[in-house]
Design a protein around this ligand. Sequence first.
Ligand code: BV8
Length: 241
Amino acid sequence: MDKGLLRARERLSSARSLVVLTGAGVSAESGVPTFRGPEGLWRNFRPEELATPQAFRRDPKLVWEWYDWRRRIIAPLKPNPGHLAISELEKRVPEFLLVTQNVDGLHRLAGNAKLVELHGNIWLARCVAEGTVAENRELATIPPKCGCGALLRPHIVWFGESLDEDDLKTAVEAARNCEVMIVAGTSSVVQPAASLAGLAKESGAFVVEVNTDETPITGFVDASIRGRSGEILPMLVGGAR
Ligand code: BV8
């Protein structure tokens, strides 16, 4: 077995506090297109061109057509063994927090409850006038409207928008106080989420990366395990009591 995996399992076996940070690579195992992989394109637009308040102001219909395309892909998909492994970790480790950048809702479906959806949730919509947030599974019109007549927008954090303060505070505090952090399936380029691994490391946590490729945090983590999250995460769970 990979040396890093063995060390990670050993640290997990005695960990009383664990933070798991996930990105699109965890959902990729369920068939959700990643952001920066080749399948991340839609009608030749990059996500960074569509996931912005400017793009929504300019063309709310186009932005909602992109989200509608993603929602239709995600709707039938199920959690994969990587999601289920993280749900199992929540049951086994006394102090647990899942911090996800993913907006697909698959972690909740897998049974995780102690989680922060740092970038929002694709199944929630927000009235641009009233700020009210509600679940929205069907788009009656594109773009959808609130009962008050104003536009609805995805309840998602776009580039250039600040994250929810409470969510970020919860994530930062957990990163600062955990014994072990697992960072799975993220390119670690989007801030401020990408800084959480460094925060945990400088606070003394054992940081494990699970990724098919190298990333900007590979150089400083305690164990960087190369492989698919759907295969590696269940092997890590084996180490937790
Ligand atoms: C902020 C919602 C303060 C959208 C997302 C200029 C102006 C304004 C801001 C900035 C700026 N320049 C930089 C910034 C900061 C910016 C940023 O970080 N930009 C990056 C691109 C440099 N951040 C922000 O804007 C944030 N807000 O800073 O507010 C502020 C306010 C005003 C002005 C200035 C600052 C907001 C960031 C949130 C953006 N929203 N999502 C939507 O989903 O529709 S981010 C988007 O990227 C997704 O949430 C995604 O989760 C996230 C990170 O991507 P990953 O999850 O890592 O996915 P990716 O495809 O990149 O990588 C997949 C990884 O998995 C790869 O490593 C791959 O190797 C691996 N993998 C693939 N398959 C597998 C696998 N691993 C294991 N197993 C597999 N099977």
